[in-house]
Ligand binder design. Structure first.
Ligand code: SF4
Ligand code: SF4
Length: 384
Protein backbone atom coordinates (compact mmCIF):
# COMPACT_ATOMS: atom_id res chain seq x y z
CA UNK A 1 0.00 0.00 0.00
CA UNK A 2 1.46 3.35 -1.08
CA UNK A 3 0.89 6.77 0.38
CA UNK A 4 -0.73 9.54 -1.70
CA UNK A 5 1.80 11.83 -3.43
CA UNK A 6 3.03 14.34 -0.87
CA UNK A 7 5.60 17.12 -1.28
CA UNK A 8 6.74 18.92 1.85
CA UNK A 9 8.20 22.36 1.27
CA UNK A 10 10.51 23.61 4.02
CA UNK A 11 10.96 27.33 3.32
CA UNK A 12 13.37 27.64 6.27
CA UNK A 13 14.79 25.56 9.10
CA UNK A 14 14.75 28.64 11.32
CA UNK A 15 12.20 29.03 14.08
CA UNK A 16 11.58 31.76 16.66
CA UNK A 17 10.46 29.13 19.20
CA UNK A 18 12.75 27.21 21.52
CA UNK A 19 10.84 23.99 22.18
CA UNK A 20 12.98 21.85 24.42
CA UNK A 21 12.68 18.63 22.42
CA UNK A 22 12.97 20.15 18.93
CA UNK A 23 15.88 20.39 16.50
CA UNK A 24 15.11 23.54 14.49
CA UNK A 25 17.74 26.20 13.91
CA UNK A 26 17.95 29.84 14.90
CA UNK A 27 15.46 32.29 13.48
CA UNK A 28 17.97 33.85 11.03
CA UNK A 29 18.65 30.67 9.03
CA UNK A 30 18.30 30.92 5.19
CA UNK A 31 14.86 31.21 3.56
CA UNK A 32 13.82 29.62 0.25
CA UNK A 33 13.74 32.00 -2.70
CA UNK A 34 10.96 32.23 -5.26
CA UNK A 35 13.46 30.99 -7.85
CA UNK A 36 13.62 27.72 -5.93
CA UNK A 37 9.80 27.52 -5.95
CA UNK A 38 10.01 28.02 -9.73
CA UNK A 39 12.49 25.09 -9.84
CA UNK A 40 10.06 22.95 -7.80
CA UNK A 41 7.33 23.70 -10.35
CA UNK A 42 9.55 22.90 -13.33
CA UNK A 43 10.78 19.70 -11.67
CA UNK A 44 7.25 18.47 -10.93
CA UNK A 45 5.96 19.09 -14.45
CA UNK A 46 6.04 15.57 -15.83
CA UNK A 47 7.45 13.98 -12.64
CA UNK A 48 4.18 12.31 -11.63
CA UNK A 49 0.61 12.68 -12.77
CA UNK A 50 -1.40 11.95 -9.63
CA UNK A 51 -2.91 14.43 -7.22
CA UNK A 52 -0.37 16.10 -4.94
CA UNK A 53 -0.55 17.66 -1.49
CA UNK A 54 1.99 20.37 -0.69
CA UNK A 55 2.65 20.86 3.01
CA UNK A 56 4.63 23.89 4.11
CA UNK A 57 6.65 22.76 7.09
CA UNK A 58 9.67 23.94 9.01
CA UNK A 59 11.42 25.19 11.00
CA UNK A 60 8.69 27.77 11.01
CA UNK A 61 7.20 28.32 7.54
CA UNK A 62 5.58 31.67 8.41
CA UNK A 63 9.09 33.17 8.64
CA UNK A 64 9.08 33.14 4.82
CA UNK A 65 6.58 36.03 5.01
CA UNK A 66 3.41 37.07 3.14
CA UNK A 67 5.23 37.96 -0.08
CA UNK A 68 6.63 34.41 -0.39
CA UNK A 69 3.16 32.85 -0.18
CA UNK A 70 1.60 35.52 -2.38
CA UNK A 71 3.94 34.37 -5.15
CA UNK A 72 4.45 30.67 -4.32
CA UNK A 73 0.80 29.62 -3.95
CA UNK A 74 -0.47 30.85 -7.35
CA UNK A 75 2.66 29.47 -9.01
CA UNK A 76 2.17 25.98 -7.53
CA UNK A 77 -1.62 25.95 -7.92
CA UNK A 78 -1.70 27.47 -11.39
CA UNK A 79 1.26 25.93 -13.17
CA UNK A 80 0.74 22.48 -11.67
CA UNK A 81 -3.03 22.49 -12.06
CA UNK A 82 -2.94 19.07 -13.76
CA UNK A 83 -1.81 17.66 -10.38
CA UNK A 84 -4.84 19.32 -8.68
CA UNK A 85 -2.71 20.45 -5.74
CA UNK A 86 -4.01 20.64 -2.19
CA UNK A 87 -2.13 22.66 0.40
CA UNK A 88 -1.49 22.43 4.13
CA UNK A 89 0.83 24.08 6.61
CA UNK A 90 2.37 23.09 9.94
CA UNK A 91 3.13 26.24 11.96
CA UNK A 92 3.45 27.47 15.54
CA UNK A 93 1.30 30.47 14.46
CA UNK A 94 3.49 33.03 16.26
CA UNK A 95 4.10 35.05 13.10
CA UNK A 96 0.57 34.82 11.73
CA UNK A 97 -0.63 38.19 10.48
CA UNK A 98 -3.98 39.16 8.90
CA UNK A 99 -2.03 39.66 5.65
CA UNK A 100 -0.57 36.11 5.55
CA UNK A 101 -3.87 34.66 6.80
CA UNK A 102 -5.79 36.20 3.92
CA UNK A 103 -3.31 34.81 1.34
CA UNK A 104 -3.58 31.33 2.91
CA UNK A 105 -7.39 31.58 3.10
CA UNK A 106 -7.56 32.27 -0.63
CA UNK A 107 -6.00 28.83 -1.22
CA UNK A 108 -7.93 27.08 1.60
CA UNK A 109 -4.74 26.06 3.40
CA UNK A 110 -5.65 24.07 6.54
CA UNK A 111 -3.22 24.70 9.38
CA UNK A 112 -1.73 22.27 11.84
CA UNK A 113 -0.26 23.89 14.94
CA UNK A 114 1.16 22.65 18.22
CA UNK A 115 -0.18 22.93 21.75
CA UNK A 116 0.84 20.45 24.43
CA UNK A 117 -2.18 20.99 26.70
CA UNK A 118 -2.93 23.69 29.30
CA UNK A 119 -0.73 26.81 29.23
CA UNK A 120 1.59 25.76 32.07
CA UNK A 121 2.25 22.32 30.53
CA UNK A 122 2.73 23.76 27.03
CA UNK A 123 5.12 26.46 28.25
CA UNK A 124 7.07 24.03 30.43
CA UNK A 125 8.05 22.07 27.28
CA UNK A 126 7.89 24.75 24.59
CA UNK A 127 9.27 27.75 26.49
CA UNK A 128 7.78 30.66 28.41
CA UNK A 129 5.17 32.60 26.40
CA UNK A 130 4.70 29.95 23.69
CA UNK A 131 1.03 29.35 24.48
CA UNK A 132 -0.08 32.97 24.37
CA UNK A 133 1.77 33.67 21.12
CA UNK A 134 0.25 30.58 19.52
CA UNK A 135 -3.27 31.50 20.67
CA UNK A 136 -2.87 35.04 19.32
CA UNK A 137 -2.01 33.59 15.90
CA UNK A 138 -4.89 31.13 16.24
CA UNK A 139 -7.39 33.98 16.66
CA UNK A 140 -6.03 35.74 13.56
CA UNK A 141 -6.23 32.50 11.55
CA UNK A 142 -9.77 31.80 12.74
CA UNK A 143 -10.91 35.34 11.90
CA UNK A 144 -9.63 34.78 8.34
CA UNK A 145 -11.70 31.58 8.16
CA UNK A 146 -8.74 29.19 8.28
CA UNK A 147 -9.18 25.71 9.76
CA UNK A 148 -6.68 25.03 12.57
CA UNK A 149 -5.93 21.73 14.28
CA UNK A 150 -3.41 21.15 17.04
CA UNK A 151 -0.79 18.46 17.46
CA UNK A 152 -0.07 17.64 21.09
CA UNK A 153 3.43 16.38 21.76
CA UNK A 154 3.52 14.01 24.71
CA UNK A 155 6.89 13.81 26.44
CA UNK A 156 7.91 11.50 29.28
CA UNK A 157 7.09 14.45 31.57
CA UNK A 158 3.73 15.60 30.17
CA UNK A 159 2.38 12.05 29.89
CA UNK A 160 1.96 12.15 33.69
CA UNK A 161 -0.72 14.82 33.08
CA UNK A 162 -2.56 12.97 30.33
CA UNK A 163 -5.94 13.34 32.04
CA UNK A 164 -5.58 17.14 32.28
CA UNK A 165 -4.34 17.34 28.69
CA UNK A 166 -7.26 15.32 27.37
CA UNK A 167 -9.73 17.45 29.34
CA UNK A 168 -8.10 20.62 27.95
CA UNK A 169 -8.63 19.46 24.35
CA UNK A 170 -12.16 18.29 25.07
CA UNK A 171 -13.28 21.48 26.82
CA UNK A 172 -11.99 23.69 24.02
CA UNK A 173 -13.49 21.55 21.30
CA UNK A 174 -10.07 20.94 19.72
CA UNK A 175 -9.42 17.75 17.75
CA UNK A 176 -6.56 15.91 19.52
CA UNK A 177 -3.68 14.62 17.45
CA UNK A 178 -0.82 13.28 19.49
CA UNK A 179 2.81 13.06 18.65
CA UNK A 180 5.26 11.14 20.85
CA UNK A 181 8.48 13.07 21.61
CA UNK A 182 11.36 11.30 19.86
CA UNK A 183 14.93 10.98 21.08
CA UNK A 184 16.75 14.06 19.77
CA UNK A 185 19.61 13.26 17.38
CA UNK A 186 21.27 16.58 18.17
CA UNK A 187 21.28 16.51 21.96
CA UNK A 188 23.82 15.26 24.48
CA UNK A 189 20.97 13.67 26.37
CA UNK A 190 18.77 12.30 23.53
CA UNK A 191 16.21 10.63 25.82
CA UNK A 192 15.63 13.59 28.13
CA UNK A 193 12.13 14.22 26.75
CA UNK A 194 11.48 11.10 24.65
CA UNK A 195 8.36 9.06 25.35
CA UNK A 196 9.30 5.41 25.84
CA UNK A 197 7.46 2.97 23.51
CA UNK A 198 5.74 1.19 26.42
CA UNK A 199 4.45 4.51 27.79
CA UNK A 200 3.35 5.49 24.29
CA UNK A 201 1.40 2.22 23.92
CA UNK A 202 -0.36 2.73 27.26
CA UNK A 203 -1.13 6.33 26.28
CA UNK A 204 -2.78 5.14 23.05
CA UNK A 205 -4.95 2.67 24.99
CA UNK A 206 -5.85 5.44 27.47
CA UNK A 207 -6.87 7.68 24.56
CA UNK A 208 -8.86 4.88 22.96
CA UNK A 209 -10.91 4.56 26.15
CA UNK A 210 -11.29 8.34 26.34
CA UNK A 211 -12.40 8.50 22.70
CA UNK A 212 -15.02 5.79 23.38
CA UNK A 213 -16.22 7.38 26.65
CA UNK A 214 -16.63 10.68 24.81
CA UNK A 215 -17.90 9.43 21.48
CA UNK A 216 -19.38 12.33 19.51
CA UNK A 217 -17.91 14.88 21.92
CA UNK A 218 -14.20 14.77 21.08
CA UNK A 219 -12.11 13.41 18.24
CA UNK A 220 -8.70 11.75 18.74
CA UNK A 221 -7.23 11.62 15.26
CA UNK A 222 -4.61 8.94 15.98
CA UNK A 223 -7.26 6.61 17.35
CA UNK A 224 -9.43 7.16 14.26
CA UNK A 225 -6.42 6.44 12.01
CA UNK A 226 -5.49 3.30 13.96
CA UNK A 227 -9.09 2.04 13.82
CA UNK A 228 -9.14 2.60 10.06
CA UNK A 229 -5.90 0.59 9.74
CA UNK A 230 -7.29 -2.37 11.64
CA UNK A 231 -10.71 -2.25 10.02
CA UNK A 232 -9.55 -1.89 6.41
CA UNK A 233 -6.28 -3.87 6.93
CA UNK A 234 -4.43 -1.03 5.19
CA UNK A 235 -2.25 1.78 6.58
CA UNK A 236 -4.08 5.09 6.73
CA UNK A 237 -1.25 7.54 7.55
CA UNK A 238 2.38 7.70 6.45
CA UNK A 239 3.73 5.86 9.53
CA UNK A 240 1.84 2.72 8.54
CA UNK A 241 2.52 2.55 4.81
CA UNK A 242 5.63 2.47 2.64
CA UNK A 243 6.17 6.24 2.38
CA UNK A 244 9.32 5.95 0.23
CA UNK A 245 8.78 7.19 -3.30
CA UNK A 246 5.49 8.92 -2.48
CA UNK A 247 6.75 11.53 0.00
CA UNK A 248 9.58 13.97 -0.58
CA UNK A 249 10.68 17.11 1.24
CA UNK A 250 12.42 20.10 -0.29
CA UNK A 251 14.78 22.12 1.86
CA UNK A 252 15.37 25.89 1.64
CA UNK A 253 18.14 25.47 -0.98
CA UNK A 254 16.11 23.10 -3.18
CA UNK A 255 17.69 19.89 -1.86
CA UNK A 256 15.33 16.91 -2.01
CA UNK A 257 15.05 14.58 1.01
CA UNK A 258 12.86 11.51 1.73
CA UNK A 259 10.81 13.45 4.35
CA UNK A 260 10.85 16.74 6.29
CA UNK A 261 12.42 14.97 9.22
CA UNK A 262 15.70 14.50 7.32
CA UNK A 263 15.96 18.10 6.07
CA UNK A 264 19.31 19.70 6.93
CA UNK A 265 21.13 16.33 7.20
CA UNK A 266 23.53 16.33 4.23
CA UNK A 267 23.80 12.52 4.12
CA UNK A 268 20.06 12.38 3.31
CA UNK A 269 20.09 14.70 0.26
CA UNK A 270 18.76 12.75 -2.76
CA UNK A 271 19.21 15.47 -5.42
CA UNK A 272 18.31 19.12 -6.01
CA UNK A 273 15.17 20.38 -7.73
CA UNK A 274 17.26 22.54 -10.09
CA UNK A 275 18.60 19.28 -11.63
CA UNK A 276 15.03 18.00 -12.30
CA UNK A 277 15.72 14.42 -11.12
CA UNK A 278 13.45 11.60 -12.26
CA UNK A 279 11.83 9.22 -9.79
CA UNK A 280 14.32 6.58 -10.79
CA UNK A 281 17.28 8.87 -10.11
CA UNK A 282 15.88 9.77 -6.69
CA UNK A 283 15.33 6.16 -5.72
CA UNK A 284 18.80 5.23 -7.00
CA UNK A 285 20.44 7.90 -4.79
CA UNK A 286 22.07 6.59 -1.61
CA UNK A 287 19.23 7.91 0.63
CA UNK A 288 16.69 6.45 -1.84
CA UNK A 289 18.37 3.04 -1.62
CA UNK A 290 18.45 3.22 2.19
CA UNK A 291 14.71 3.94 2.28
CA UNK A 292 13.92 1.08 -0.13
CA UNK A 293 16.15 -1.24 1.89
CA UNK A 294 14.03 -0.44 4.95
CA UNK A 295 10.88 -1.64 3.19
CA UNK A 296 12.61 -4.89 2.19
CA UNK A 297 13.95 -5.28 5.74
CA UNK A 298 10.43 -4.93 7.18
CA UNK A 299 9.23 -7.76 4.93
CA UNK A 300 11.56 -10.13 6.77
CA UNK A 301 11.86 -8.50 10.23
CA UNK A 302 8.08 -8.21 10.69
CA UNK A 303 7.05 -11.29 8.69
CA UNK A 304 5.61 -13.08 11.72
CA UNK A 305 3.70 -10.06 13.00
CA UNK A 306 -0.05 -10.13 12.38
CA UNK A 307 -0.05 -6.33 11.92
CA UNK A 308 2.52 -6.10 9.12
CA UNK A 309 -0.06 -5.25 6.41
CA UNK A 310 -1.19 -2.04 8.09
CA UNK A 311 1.93 -1.18 10.08
CA UNK A 312 4.81 -1.75 7.63
CA UNK A 313 7.43 -1.46 10.37
CA UNK A 314 6.39 2.07 11.33
CA UNK A 315 8.32 5.22 10.38
CA UNK A 316 11.64 4.66 8.58
CA UNK A 317 13.04 7.91 9.99
CA UNK A 318 12.51 6.63 13.54
CA UNK A 319 14.12 3.34 12.54
CA UNK A 320 17.16 4.35 10.54
CA UNK A 321 18.04 8.00 11.20
CA UNK A 322 19.48 7.35 14.70
CA UNK A 323 21.75 4.60 13.30
CA UNK A 324 22.96 6.78 10.40
CA UNK A 325 20.96 4.76 7.87
CA UNK A 326 22.00 1.23 8.82
CA UNK A 327 19.28 -1.35 9.37
CA UNK A 328 19.41 -2.32 13.02
CA UNK A 329 15.71 -2.65 13.68
CA UNK A 330 12.24 -1.42 12.79
CA UNK A 331 10.66 1.72 14.26
CA UNK A 332 11.49 1.66 18.00
CA UNK A 333 7.82 2.44 18.65
CA UNK A 334 7.00 -1.12 17.54
CA UNK A 335 6.01 -2.04 21.12
CA UNK A 336 3.48 0.83 21.14
CA UNK A 337 2.05 -0.13 17.76
CA UNK A 338 1.71 -3.78 18.80
CA UNK A 339 0.03 -2.78 22.05
CA UNK A 340 -2.67 -0.67 20.41
CA UNK A 341 -3.16 -2.89 17.34
CA UNK A 342 -3.56 -5.96 19.60
CA UNK A 343 -6.00 -4.05 21.78
CA UNK A 344 -8.10 -2.90 18.83
CA UNK A 345 -8.17 -6.35 17.25
CA UNK A 346 -9.06 -8.06 20.56
CA UNK A 347 -11.87 -5.62 21.25
CA UNK A 348 -13.21 -5.89 17.73
CA UNK A 349 -13.25 -9.69 17.97
CA UNK A 350 -14.94 -9.59 21.38
CA UNK A 351 -17.54 -7.15 20.14
CA UNK A 352 -18.30 -9.20 17.05
CA UNK A 353 -19.14 -12.20 19.21
CA UNK A 354 -20.69 -10.34 22.14
CA UNK A 355 -22.64 -7.49 20.59
CA UNK A 356 -26.24 -8.46 19.80
CA UNK A 357 -27.97 -6.91 16.82
CA UNK A 358 -29.12 -3.31 17.25
CA UNK A 359 -32.39 -3.17 19.22
CA UNK A 360 -31.83 -6.56 20.89
CA UNK A 361 -29.37 -5.56 23.57
CA UNK A 362 -31.50 -6.24 26.66
CA UNK A 363 -29.20 -8.92 27.93
CA UNK A 364 -25.98 -7.14 27.08
CA UNK A 365 -23.15 -7.30 29.63
CA UNK A 366 -23.00 -4.13 31.75
CA UNK A 367 -19.53 -3.22 30.44
CA UNK A 368 -20.86 -2.88 26.89
CA UNK A 369 -23.77 -0.73 28.00
CA UNK A 370 -21.47 1.71 29.75
CA UNK A 371 -18.90 2.30 27.07
CA UNK A 372 -19.45 2.26 23.29
CA UNK A 373 -17.16 -0.18 21.51
CA UNK A 374 -14.63 0.10 18.70
CA UNK A 375 -17.38 -0.79 16.17
CA UNK A 376 -19.39 2.23 17.31
CA UNK A 377 -16.33 4.43 16.88
CA UNK A 378 -15.76 2.97 13.42
CA UNK A 379 -19.36 3.69 12.48
CA UNK A 380 -19.00 7.30 13.61
CA UNK A 381 -15.80 7.67 11.51
CA UNK A 382 -17.46 6.24 8.40
CA UNK A 383 -20.53 8.47 8.84
CA UNK A 384 -18.41 11.67 8.91
S1 SF4 B 1 9.77 9.06 7.21
FE1 SF4 B 1 8.23 8.79 8.83
S2 SF4 B 1 7.29 10.83 9.13
FE2 SF4 B 1 8.39 10.84 7.16
S3 SF4 B 1 6.82 10.33 5.61
FE3 SF4 B 1 7.88 8.42 6.21
S4 SF4 B 1 6.61 7.56 7.87
FE4 SF4 B 1 6.01 9.73 7.63
S1 SF4 C 1 3.94 -3.89 15.14
FE1 SF4 C 1 6.20 -4.04 15.16
S2 SF4 C 1 6.63 -6.12 14.38
FE2 SF4 C 1 4.50 -5.60 13.81
S3 SF4 C 1 4.65 -4.72 11.74
FE3 SF4 C 1 4.71 -3.02 13.22
S4 SF4 C 1 6.88 -2.64 13.58
FE4 SF4 C 1 6.71 -4.68 12.64
Amino acid sequence: MKNPFHIMIIPTLGCPGKCKYCWSSEEGSPVMTIDTVRDIVEWLKGFRKDRVTFTFHGGEPLLAGAEFYRKALPMLAGELSELTPDFAMQTNLWRMTPEIASVLAEYHVPLGSSIDGPEEITDSQRGEGYYQKCMKGYEIAKTAGLQVRFICTFTNKSVKHKEAIFTFFKERGFVLKLHPALPSLRSENPKEWALEPEEYGELLVFLLDKALDNLGKVEVMNINDLCRCVFTRRGSVCTYVDCMGSTFAIGPDGSIYPCYRFVGMSEWVMANVRDRPTMEQLMQSEPGKRMTAFSAYVNSACKDCSHIRYCRGGCPYNAIAPSGGSLEGVDPHCAAYKRIFDELNDRLNEEMYAEPPVGMNFGMPAAYKKRPGVMALMRSIVEK
